[in-house]
Write a protein that binds this ligand. Sequence first.
Ligand code: 5U1
Length: 686
Amino acid sequence: MTQLQTQLADLRQQLNEHSYRYYVLDDPSLPDAEYDRLFRQLQELEAKHPELVTSDSPTQRVGSTPLSDFPSISHQVPMLSLGNVFDAEGLQAFVKRVERELADLGRAVIGEEGKEGEQLEFCCEPKLDGLAVSLLYQNGQLIQGVTRGDGQTGEGITENLKTLRSIPLSLRSADNQPLPELLEVRGEVYMPRSAFEAMNEQARLADEKTFANPRNAAAGSLRQLDSRITATRPLEFTAYQVAQISQDFAVKTHEKAMQALKNWGFKISPDLKVVKGYTGLQSFCDELAAKRDQLPYDIDGAVLKINDLRLQAELGFRAREPRWATSFKYPAQEEITRLLDVEFQVGRTGVVTPVARLAPVQVAGVTVANATLHNMDEIARLEVRFGDTVIIRRAGDVIPQIVRVVLEQRPTNTQSIIMPTSCPICDSHVERAEGEAAYRCTGGLYCPAQRKEAIKHFASRKAFDIEGLGVKLIDQLVDNELVKSPADLYKLKVEQLANLERMAEKSANNLLEALEVSKKTTLARFIYALGIREVGEATAANLARYFGQLETLKQASIEQLLEVDDVGPIVAQHIYAFFNEPHNLTTLDDLLAQGIHWPETQVRREDLPLTGQTWVLTGSMQSLTRDQAKEKLEALGAKVAGSVSKKTSQLVAGEAAGSKLTRAESLGVPVMDEQQLLELLASHTN
Ligand code: 5U1
């Protein structure tokens, strides 16, 4: 090999290794900027020496010349579908059936307590809601990628699939083990929910077509004849089955087969778990259902497979379904209902948002009666009218959305939805700022709706955390004109409060006490509580850390603001405008005059005891909440992250700590318990 060839191979190896660490091990080894730098270096060298470009080079993931059609390809092994069960009864029937069929084959599995079937092992994983594809590797190289199609014949979409960084172009060979001459891998292509939301938000801003759900977005992205378009779409692949392998595959279980795929460079489900018998299956399905909303992607159920590959082979298939597997289906995330009305809600910053009032319907286990319509552009794009039948979607912790109108069911003489010209709450003029999709009420704090939202934000947990000051009480305080600005909260008298609905003298006194307690705060919470546009909890903390004092922040120039982590030109402009509005300065003075205070921070960030360290919190703690622990650690200079990696300095494991603790232990990250954390915090107090 020439020196240049060695350099190219080395660059490719580093980039592939990073992709593997990133996608498969979920443990990035390079910062994004470094990856990009190495990638550009490889691109430049390959541009100068096109004869040295290899088909599995990471640069080949950008897509190639458009096709005129997708070739039709028959599957050597048919792509089957799965049977479904929907509840405990169905699950029990599935287990009973496989037990019986195994018994008929003379393969009854006897449990420890003598009960048949109890010890039968199943390998379980989430059923991703995407598109099944099949990948063929010859001598370790990806040579073909095909859609499921009708299960017998699919479409050849090799060029499109090659653009997905979680699909290895060539298999990794761990410990120089020989690679199989032929390997066919099946799995799901899908779009993570956050990437889907971001893509739709981009499309809304550009006035382009949005996708109804991540599955449609993934399907639309894979069906592009121009793979360069697919390359721009945030698609991922998770493998779930070895369909064919040329050599004697030494593994005996599905779980081990998945492990082999992982070693060859495929991402497999992090939630894959082997369980025993019906009770194990039921717990898996329940636990997965409980965390469904928190998963980063849509799932529509759990897939349950007999783990033993020999038993799988003996059971075989019935019609077009394997006898050894089933899927436990969860309730659908999309339902059909009717749009009864549209209400225009005014938010903290005056944005007037259309909210759909729907005929109540159960969606994925929750009754939904409202859905966001985002803004008037969205209403125009959906072409939705009063009385329309609509498809709504509720997935994750995102507010339910209307994704489509069922035009065939539109009643006659429907009315279109229009934005009111005056605020439905305070009657001030409603206007649309140049270049913005949103309409805003121009009433400012004159508008009771904006006032209520500003006070709710001020009192919220991450701001002043005023116990006992709930949403209903704030509504009453504003409606009775007892409170016009946050500072007025601190001027309330017990008699005024006791006269309100559902307020006795005791609760009034408790509230006054809570208000008194809240006066001692932190600069970060104070900044966050002000409700400056686009300044969330993290930005407020960064501003507090950077400026140290309110006075310095008040006088900061745009240039200084831009120096702060996370602050870009738009946010800087909002902060600058806030502190240059005389009315806001009066509000600040008024608040400080009520005795609100925080410890002065003279310490420079570099001098804090935990500066440069990354901490992770997991499990539950007895004497403080995670937010409180996070705040205290950040005050000592630590960065508090959500996931464990090799770079984590310390894991704090509370009760019932789970996968983060296991991961920390396997990576050799130091672990401490709640008591040790309290001792550490105490040692740094004063
Ligand atoms: N996770 C997963 N999804 N899924 C879909 N595993 C899995 N297995 C399947 C299908 C259709 O089929 C095999 C059991 C053949």
